[in-house]
Write a protein that binds this ligand. Structure first.
Ligand code: NOJ
Length: 537
């Protein structure tokens, strides 16, 4: 049992909603979303029922990686507004009962950050050691074989000072040296700056990258590499990421947050389950509150694989570890494109009824798809640097579809990325009026989580799974729900005797209120929640 005081924090109950600020709402007609735009849409967020917004970076940045290359950690980029706009947004979100998580990007700065400008100015600059500088090998080549995630070597030669610097992502994103205590102090001060301003926590970018092998050993080749994959996947990041020393840093980072009440952090951790679990820390020395669990993104949409993954995840969680689930983010293809429009409600049902905190990516709640982007219009460096592999992340970053009017209600100007042609049909305004829309379904499920403690807090137990269906139980204080989802387009049955219950909500609205016992059949693309009768087994 968990100690009572940490039992049900807001971040365990509520839904996190990710906003990519460039694409949510433009308020000044420049075609790029901004903070004032988000503030004007708080009514929508409240109606949706989410508990917290996670805002992708809005700090000053030359935008080589659209804000993940930060040149000032304690300001707001003029594209998005001012610090006053930020305070107004935070204030109004809080007034609406919504928390705010910021994106914390500790692994790297922009190459134009004053720290890096100093660091590269000379070999004996006091900030030289704030970044990772290395001599060339005797033949002039890079210190080792490490690859950058956005293509090419992870080492960039600096002519002026005659050394290489390391960058896990773009050369415009040099990595900080987290073995240097001054770096840690400066970055923890950044956390305190925003915590003092009232933010409720952080999503921590690229967390597994902070520490690299001290001997800089070569990474091994990936035996499963396929040329369709990113060039980066040619090697396994055995020495360049997820090093054991990272956990001491995460624990100290956690202590910064713990000095403030009810704050939380969620870490970006793309790792196999058992290694991801280490980021929770231990019972008496905590790590991040939630290491993102990306399995619903990374696994094929296949019932036996997902069913097994759910149980492996539940089984691997440490006693103090709270689960979480995600269907999409700004780096991955959208869920509606991965599983198809017909499965979108099934995916929502799974996300919002599994045990753990759900994160919803903006626009997924209305069924936005990946938007085709002409090669000449690609903006994302991952797409530009590795052409021909369809690796651009732009399709999942298109503007929010608010209504069928010009600019989809997103902008009065020219949107920075093209709108999906379907926006006159697929938009918030239309779906709000349609009781059977995907948006209405999300709202009902989020409201159900808020209303019924069994959905947010109940224990999880597997019930049945086969090649089509996943069924599981949630149970709390005598309340029992059975969730069944059909991950295929063909009808199926739950192959186990179902205890008596009544359909609470499902993708087929006509079934609501239906009594079920023994046999439970599901149409293709159907999912539902049964409230089981008390005393049934
Ligand atoms: C992960 C972020 O989600 C992604 O958008 C970014 O490009 C990299 N980290 C580098 O910061």
């Amino acid at each position: 049992m968990e100690p009572a005081q940490e039992s049900f924090h807001w971040w365990k109950h509520g839904v996190i909603y990710q906003i990519y600020p460039r694409s949510f709402q433009d308020s000044n007609g420049d075609g790029i979303g901004d903070l004032e735009g988000i503030r004007r849409r708080i009514g929508y967020l409240k109606e949706l029922g989410i508990a917290a917004v996670w805002l992708s970076p809005m700090f000053p940045s030359p935008m080589f990686d659209f804000g993940y290359d930060i040149s000032d950690y304690t300001g707001v980029d003029p594209l998005f507004g001012t610090l006053e706009d930020f305070d107004a947004l935070l204030n109004d979100l809080h007034a609406a009962g919504i928390k705010l998580l910021l994106d914390f990007v500790p692994n790297h700065t922009s190459h134009l950050h004053p720290w890096f400008l100093e660091s590269r100015s000379s070999r004996n600059n006091p900030k030289r050691d704030w970044y990772l500088w290395q001599d060339a090998r005797p033949d002039g080549s890079a210190p080792n074989n490490w690859l950058a995630q956005f293509g090419g070597s992870a080492w960039e030669w600096d002519e002026a000072t005659g050394q290489y610097y390391y960058h896990a992502f773009l050369k415009e994103q040099p990595d900080l040296n987290w073995r240097n205590p001054e770096v840690e102090k400066a970055m923890f001060d950044v956390l305190r700056f925003w915590l003092d301003r009232g933010v409720d926590g952080f999503r921590v970018d690229a967390l597994t990258h902070l520490i690299k092998d001290i001997h800089l050993r070569d990474n091994p080749p990936n035996p499963d590499y396929h040329p369709r994959q990113s060039d980066y996947d040619q090697l396994l990041p055995a020495y360049s990421a997820d090093q054991p020393e990272i956990h001491d840093i995460v624990r100290r980072m956690r202590r910064v947050l713990d000095a403030y009440p009810e704050r939380m952090m969620v870490g970006e951790v793309y790792l196999p389950v058992n290694r991801m679990m280490v980021y929770y820390g231990t019972d008496d020395s905590r790590g991040v509150h939630l290491p993102f669990n990306f399995q619903l993104i990374t696994l094929p949409w296949n019932a036996p694989q997902i069913a097994a993954a759910i149980d492996q995840y539940e089984g691997a969680l440490p006693a103090h570890g709270w689960p979480n689930w995600v269907l999409g983010n700004h780096d991955q293809p959208r869920i509606a494109s991965r599983v198809g429009a017909d499965q979108a409600k099934v995916a929502a049902l799974l996300l919002l009824t599994l045990r753990g905190t759900p994160t919803v990516y903006y626009g997924d709640e209305i069924g936005m798809r990946d938007v085709p982007i002409h090669p000449d219009q690609v903006r994302d460096p991952q797409g530009l640097n590795m052409p021909g592999k369809n690796l651009s992340r732009d399709p999942a970053r298109a503007p929010m579809q608010w209504d069928g009017g010009p600019g989809a209600g997103f902008t009065g100007g020219t949107p920075w990325l093209p709108l999906d042609r379907n926006f006159p049909r697929v938009n918030v305004e239309r779906e709000r009026l349609d009781p059977h829309s995907l948006l209405a379904f999300y709202r009902h499920l989020i409201a159900l989580r808020a209303r019924e403690p069994v959905v947010a807090e109940g224990a999880y137990a597997p019930f049945y799974a086969d090649t089509q269906v996943i069924a599981f139980l949630r149970e709390n204080l005598g309340q029992r729900l059975l969730v069944a989802v059909n991950l295929t387009h063909k009808p199926c049955h739950v192959g186990r005797h179902v205890p008596p219950g009544t359909v609470l909500i499902g993708t087929v609205p006509e079934r609501e209120g239906e009594r079920v016992e023994g046999t439970l059949g599901l149409a293709g693309d159907e999912g539902l929640i049964l409230r089981l009768e008390t005393g049934s087994s």
